[in-house]
Design a protein. Structure first.
Lengths: 486, 480
């Protein structure tokens, strides 16, 4: 445990995956040719006016349901005024004192993190600063792409309830899984769909007041989040111990140098001059709208994990991985469904395969269910469950299946692969191995736990090699008999 | 002063084939050629485009189709309304040469009704002013006396109608910018209920106050134009979800039995010219003679209108005008970095009055001052709205002065911004409340210059307002 406590609040900007932008009909698409998804409205041309995309409101209401947020009867858009070239109107349409949702929470491993508010706002364009430093101040020139200008954002602001970098990571993971589950965002951090600012302060464990906080911007990955918070907390604690004051400021995370750098200087401090956006009318979500959203809510990650633990008998960590990795839970559900009724193999087996083999393939080659279908996996698990082949053999069968694009059972039958389940055949091999290594059984019997484990492992290796795969249960039974001296 | 016949007459003639739209346009271009150098009503005369549009109208007639209620009627657009591919400047250096890629909704609607856009009219830069002297391209002069201002900010549109350059014009009214120049130029000018006419494509000055409306020589012509441009527009979120008001149908229904209130705070004011006050009373007398019940009424909060207006309008303007930063369009003055380029561009591109209002508005919204200025002004605005709503429980319409004075001489108030701001004392309350109001010519004052009487009505009360305006117009005709 550190000598101090870290206090963290997170602001998560989530791009909503609406078909069109927040205030105009332009496509909301990532990665298109610069300045192609633009019109008079999202370019803020003189005379243009915003019209609110009702889908963005609906998405905010979905998030409200998932994060236990309250929806006031009326919310108001405000203008946040500051000059920046990637902001076409030199103000951002955001929400200020009357956000669309307030006062929610999310549970992270038994700890409740409060959510102050989640409000709607428009995204800015993207600047590219060309020149030595890559920052606006030292650039030779800058290019601006307004495709992102006007993309709907939901800014989700947490209470300062988070106490470690790891917990912050878990908060983001849980939030990300939730946003994905309710279908409002693709939550791709690498594409900027999810962007995080962290408010970090430190204080002695026994303190009751919060320390002075710094806001760290530009956290584009969970790794950056972890590193930046740890770095910043250490930096602040070092200052505190040296009797210096922490300055309340914006700091930028420099991924390459692994440190936070002071952002805006004081003379550039912004007064955003918020005032109600006169071009838009207040948003007043109707009960009918909220009922419709409630009725269409999917199962949320926490409930989904609990269901897997209960119904499939898997561990909490297994359930978490299934739910956190996009597409994995759905894959497992389909495989379990395909397994159902065959009597061979269990949901737990499926999850083991999914977590180990399938995930490995996913990480390695971005395997899609089209290549290794859940039904194929179910067949493989079934074949193992029926005792036809061993788990080790099954891994080879899986590799073959993928290479030759054949079903596991076909591979097993074509190759005549099967594990030895005949007790007398197994006993024969075991006896031969024991005879070939006469001292080992004695050493096993005389040894302590560690030695026994080692000797037994050695014998198993020999036996398996000779058997070319055998029913592990039967082997264990006979080997136990032999080693106990019967 | 007006020539070429009224808008309705022209449209009837063109639709029936009695006159061609082309002939009508040529007559007006001739009038423009004769007097525009003196008046400077236009930033841009669209002679070729107008001829082509007129020919297209004539072809529709030749095919046996109906070009619409404004068939062949020349119409002047205030140069703060976007016209696709046609330079739109707001009379500002900062937008000089900018060609919008789209048409304002009102432009689409007047064209769809058969009108022929004949030019873009001069205005106070970004509609900020009451004399059209704040134009970067030089002042417009009053056709009744070219040594005098036409009023503002829609001075070019008012002068264009008064000089017979176009039977119809569109202006925008944020604090009186249609009604006051209409009064000073002796034409009819209407500020509809906020939300009746789409603001899409109107370059914003103060979004919560801006409203487009018609100029015409007669109440009837103004009604034809408002019917054509009004009605819901999905591109403007503040647009009211109703069709355009029906005005012509009941225009001559008379005022018998209507309850008319003369607003004390907008008539009996310091500095009002006696003949303007007399004109309001005479108009009231005319209405009484026509069967209306007339009384005086007090709207105490109206006296705070100017103070509230000159906080709210600049506050919104400071934000609306932020986008003129040299990055994307219009003027750019290069400098060592982006922030200095922004500043240099705005320094060079905006005139004094625009800068003054941006400063006022920025201050009013600043942290620590917001509540005392912008917040307080919004509370006053609510108070004014409530006061008017209460008064409208007892009166169907209100009448008042439009401008405390007749047209003043060029330069008379340019050195004194506060004196200029007080030109709007009778007009800003209707912008703050969002209610409709219009100015109707009624007699003349000092130097034979026109006087306007203002008619005000509750929200969406345009039909009644026009009936009363029509009755005042008729009463004015009887006045020697």
């Amino acid at each position: 445990m550190t000598a101090y406590e870290t206090v963290i609040g997170l602001e998560v900007h989530c791009e909503l995956a609406t078909a069109s932008k927040m205030f105009c009909g332009c496509p909301n698409e990532f990665g298109d040719e610069p300045n192609t998804n633009v019109c008079a409205v999202c370019l803020g041309l003189p005379g243009s006016l915003p019209v609110l995309n009702a889908r963005a409101v609906e998405y905010a209401l979905r998030v409200a349901e998932a994060l236990h947020l309250r929806v006031p009867g009326r919310s108001v858009f405000s203008r946040k005024n500051y000059f920046y070239p990637d902001m076409p109107k030199d103000y951002q349409i955001s929400q200020y004192d009357e956000p669309i949702t307030i006062d929610g929470w999310i549970d992270i491993d038994g700890v409740r993190v409060g959510i102050t508010r989640a409000h709607l706002e428009e995204d800015t364009g993207k600047s590219q600063h060309v020149g030595v430093g890559g920052r606006i101040h030292d650039a030779d020139y800058s290019l601006v792409d307004y495709n992102r200008a006007g993309v709907p954002l939901l800014e989700i602001v947490s209470e300062p309830d988070i106490r470690s970098a790891e917990q912050a990571k878990r908060y983001v993971e849980e939030l990300r899984a939730t946003l994905l589950a309710v279908g409002v965002s693709d939550v791709k951090m690498e594409e900027g769909s999810l962007r995080i600012d962290a408010n970090v302060s430190v204080r002695p464990h026994d303190a009751t007041e919060f320390g002075t906080r710094a806001e760290i911007k530009n956290l584009n990955s969970l790794r950056s989040l972890l590193r930046a918070i740890d770095y910043e907390a250490e930096r602040q604690w070092a200052l505190t111990r040296a009797g210096e004051k922490v300055v309340q400021e914006t700091r930028h995370w420099d991924e390459e140098q692994g440190r936070t750098i002071s952002g805006r200087s004081k003379e550039e401090a912004h007064d955003y001059r918020y005032f109600p956006e006169p071009d838009l009318v207040p948003v007043e979500p109707t009960q009918e709208m909220r009922d419709r959203v409630r009725a269409s809510m999917p199962e949320l990650p926490a409930a989904q994990r609990a269901r897997y633990v209960e119904q499939w008998g898997i561990g909490a960590e297994d359930a978490r991985v299934l739910v956190d990795v996009p597409g994995l839970a759905e894959y497992a559900e389909r495989a379990v469904a395909a397994l159902d009724g065959t009597g061979d193999g269990s949901a737990k087996d499926v999850v083991n395969w999914v977590r180990q083999e399938v995930l490995a393939y996913v990480n390695e080659s971005g395997l899609s269910p089209a290549v290794l279908s859940p039904e194929m996996l179910a067949e493989l698990v079934g074949v193992v469950g029926a005792g036809t082949i061993s788990r080790q053999q099954a891994k080879d069968v899986l590799a073959e299946s993928l290479r030759e694009e054949k079903w596991p059972r076909t591979i097993v039958e074509e190759r005549g692969i099967s594990q030895v389940s005949d007790e007398s055949a197994i006993a024969e091999v075991i006896d031969r191995v024991l005879a070939a290594n006469p001292g080992v059984a004695d050493e096993y019997r005389a040894g302590d736990d560690g030695a026994r484990k080692k000797k037994r492992g050695f014998l198993m290796g020999q036996i398996m090699r000779d058997l070319q795969g055998g029913n592990a249960q039967i082997i264990n039974k006979i080997l136990d008999q032999r080693l106990s001296g019967d | 002063m007006t020539g070429g016949g009224g808008a309705r007459r022209i449209a009837d003639d063109v639709r029936s084939g009695a006159r061609t739209a082309r002939d009508v346009v040529e007559e007006h271009l001739t009038a423009i050629a004769a007097r525009e150098p003196e008046i400077h009503a236009f930033n841009l005369v669209l002679a070729d485009e107008a001829r082509a549009a007129a020919d297209a109208v004539d072809e529709v007639v030749a095919r046996g189709d109906d070009p619409g209620p404004l068939a062949g009627v020349p119409l002047a657009l205030k140069d703060n309304m976007c016209t696709r591919g046609i330079v739109t400047t707001c009379s500002s250096r900062i937008l000089e040469g900018w060609r919008p890629p789209y048409d304002a909704t009102v432009v689409e609607r007047v064209r769809a009704a058969g009108a022929v856009v004949i030019g873009k009219t001069n205005l106070d830069e970004f509609a900020m002013g009451s004399s059209t002297e704040n134009s970067a391209f030089g002042p417009t002069r009053n056709p009744h006396d070219p040594t005098r201002v036409p009023g503002g900010s829609s001075g070019g549109s008012a002068a264009a109608v008064a000089a017979g350059f176009a039977p119809l014009a569109l202006g925008s009214d944020t604090g009186g910018s249609i009604r006051q120049p209409a009064a000073l130029c002796g034409v009819v000018g209407v500020k509809p209920t906020y939300g009746v006419v789409s603001r899409y494509g109107l370059i914003a000055f103060a979004s919560s106050l801006d409203q487009i409306g018609p100029f015409a020589a007669t109440v009837e012509d103004a009604a034809v134009l408002l019917e054509a441009i009004g009605g819901h527009d999905p591109c403007d979120s503040t647009s009211i979800a109703r069709p355009a008001p029906s005005l012509l149908a009941g225009l001559d229904d008379g005022v018998s039995g209507l309850r008319v209130g003369i607003v004390d705070e907008m008539t009996e004011i310091d500095g009002i010219e006696p003949r303007v006050r007399e004109a309001v009373r005479a108009a009231a007398g005319g209405l009484e003679a026509a069967g209306a019940k007339v009384d005086t009424v007090s709207v105490p909060s109206a006296t705070y209108g100017i103070a509230a207006y000159y906080l709210i309008a600049p506050a919104e303007a400071s934000s609306n005008l932020a986008r003129y930063d040299g990055v994307r369009y219009g003027l750019r003055v290069d400098a060592e970095d982006v922030a200095h380029m922004n500043a240099a561009t705005r320094e060079a591109g905006f005139g004094r009055e625009v800068k003054r209002r941006i400063m006022l508005g920025t201050y009013a919204l600043s942290a620590g001052y917001y509540d005392a200025y912008y917040g307080q002004a919004q509370r006053v605005r609510t108070l004014i709205l409530r006061d008017f709503e209460r008064v409208y429980e007892q009166f169907d319409v209100l009448i008042a002065a439009t401008s405390p004075t007749v047209a003043f001489e060029l330069g008379a108030k340019t050195a004194d911004p506060l004196a200029m701001y007080l030109c709007d004392v009778c007009t800003v309350p209707a912008n703050l409340s969002g209610h409709p109001a219009m100015s109707v010519p009624f007699g003349t004052g000092e130097g034979g210059l026109p006087i306007g009487v203002q008619v005000l009505a509750p929200a969406l009360g345009e039909a009644t307002m026009f009936r009363v305006a029509r009755a005042i117009e008729q009463a004015a005709g009887k006045t020697p």
